[in-house]
Design a protein around this ligand. Structure first.
Ligand SMILES: *Cc1c(COP(=O)(O)O)cnc(C)c1O
Length: 363
């Protein structure tokens, strides 16, 4: 029956998410499994979020507010932008898809870094647009090489900042220079899923560009530091004209009622966010020390994950760690590098123990 499908979708790879904990427990007969594979927050949602969810449970027989009015209002207030500049998605993943649906004509070109977030490329090809993948230089977005790809067919440019899976950032002077080169017929998508974790003071806040650059779209999410990955809620901040285009391709009830309530509560609990940011900072230093002790190279990170060099084939290392009950992630096109999410001290210690035991066994 696949001959009935649109030809170009048959070339699209099916997304393989990080292995779920239950699947590993089932397959390997392990009781304790530590998942550091999908950059989820280390502590989970805060108490106020749990309480908001409990309160919202009795209302799930109603359709959600399709306009997510309250959440959009709270977000607009939080950032000091207009209500009409906020667009919500079922995760920011969905907004990447909506951007493709709303803006890409066949033959349009989409400039993206690689390796980076793995959804930019298939969602361009889904629309018969042409991905222009630009390799990173020294694990960092190569904005000069990306600028060299600009032409009259360019429609979208993805800047993942910090970049997943490397954790590196584009700094403000470089972004300023790049944006000055981008013609008006291209949208620049600043994917800032890890915005809240960044410590580097030269990190540019995407929202600061909205006034001077009408073609900038900022993507953020409740999946990472806010701890709501399972509920699926992300957002774009952009000019109202862009939001209007995204609204036209949006499913009427794309953000469910629990997600809306939880997101409002999560945004209101900035103490929890600060706690996670501190934990991440401390644990990052712990992991840097441990990687150095083990003689393994790593890329210094501005996010809640670290790309490290396992010193052996990443596929083998993935299996070896899995047998020891630790899930991390490889498959980024680096033969020996893998990405691990920064967890709690307990999780990080378990990860380091497992890693050390694999390295010792190999000797
Ligand atoms: C995790 C992540 C997202 C967020 O996806 P959601 O759909 O909001 O869960 C977006 N972009 C990048 C680069 C990510 O790593």
């Amino acid at each position: 029956m696949s001959d009935l499908a649109r030809k170009n979708i048959l070339d699209l790879a099916i997304y393989r998410p990080g292995k779920p904990i239950e699947e590993v427990q089932r397959e390997l007969g392990l009781t304790e499994v530590i998942k550091l594979a999908s950059n989820e927050n280390a502590l989970g949602p805060s108490r106020t979020v749990i309480e908001a969810l409990q309160g919202a449970l009795c209302g799930v027989h109603y359709y959600p507010d399709g306009s997510s009015y309250r959440l959009r209002q709270v977000l607009a207030g939080f950032y000091g932008v207009d209500f009409g500049q906020i667009h919500l998605g079922n995760g920011s993943n969905e907004i990447v898809q909506q951007i493709s649906l709303a803006f890409l004509e066949p033959g349009d070109e989409v400039i993206m870094p690689v390796p980076s977030f793995p959804r930019y490329e298939p969602l361009a090809r889904m629309m018969n647009a042409v991905p222009r993948e630009v390799p990173l230089a020294d694990y960092t977005l190569d904005l000069q090489a990306m600028a060299a790809q600009l032409n009259r067919r360019t429609k979208l440019i993805y800047i993942c900042n910090p970049n997943n899976p490397t954790g590196t950032i584009v700094r403000k002077p470089e972004l300023d220079r790049f944006l000055a080169l981008v013609p008006d017929h291209c949208l620049v998508i600043l994917d800032e899923a890890y915005f809240e974790y960044v410590e580097d003071e030269a990190y540019p806040d995407g929202l600061d560009y909205l006034r001077d650059y009408p073609n900038v779209v900022v993507l953020r999410t409740f999946s990472k530091i806010y701890g709501l990955a399972g509920l699926r809620v992300g957002y774009a901040v952009a000019r109202p004209e862009i939001v209007d285009c995204l609204e036209r391709v949006r499913e009427p009830f794309n953000v469910n009622s629990l997600a809306q309530e939880a997101a409002v509560a999560a945004l209101g609990d900035q103490e929890h966010v600060a706690k996670l940011r501190n934990l991440n900072r401390v644990e990052k230093q712990y992991l840097y020390r441990e990687f150095s002790r083990l003689g393994l190279d790593y890329v210094p990170t501005e996010a809640n994950f670290i790309l490290f060099d396992a010193g052996r084939d990443e596929k083998q290392m993935f299996q070896s760690l899995l047998r020891r009950g630790v899930i991390v992630r490889g498959g980024f096109g680096y033969p020996t590098r893998m990405r691990m999410t920064i967890g709690t001290r307990y999780q990080n210690e378990r990860f380091i123990q497992a890693l050390e035991s694999v390295l010792e066994e190999d000797e």
